[in-house]
Ligand binder design. Structure first.
Ligand code: SF4
Length: 63
């Protein structure tokens, strides 16, 4: 399940937002963290600009 971002995206230029992993958005009282389901360390240093595990998110089916 994709977790919808709860507010303004942190690091809008991060590759994670466009990744099919899909990343999860974990919100604390003051910030939103991007949690990667694939990487062992879960929270890669942001913004992620290059990632060997990146796969582009499929565009939503249109009809
Ligand atoms: S696989 Fe890479 S690009 Fe995708 S969510 Fe994880 S860290 Fe971000």
């Amino acid at each position: 399940m994709t977790t919808p971002p709860p507010g303004p995206l942190p690091f809008p230029d991060s590759l994670c937002h466009r990744c099919a992993a899909p990343p999860r958005y974990v919100q604390s009282r003051t910030s939103t963290f991007i949690m990667c389901p694939l990487l062992p360390q879960k929270y890669p240093p942001q913004p992620v600009r290059l990632c060997a595990m990146f796969r582009p998110k499929e565009p939503a089916p249109s009809r």
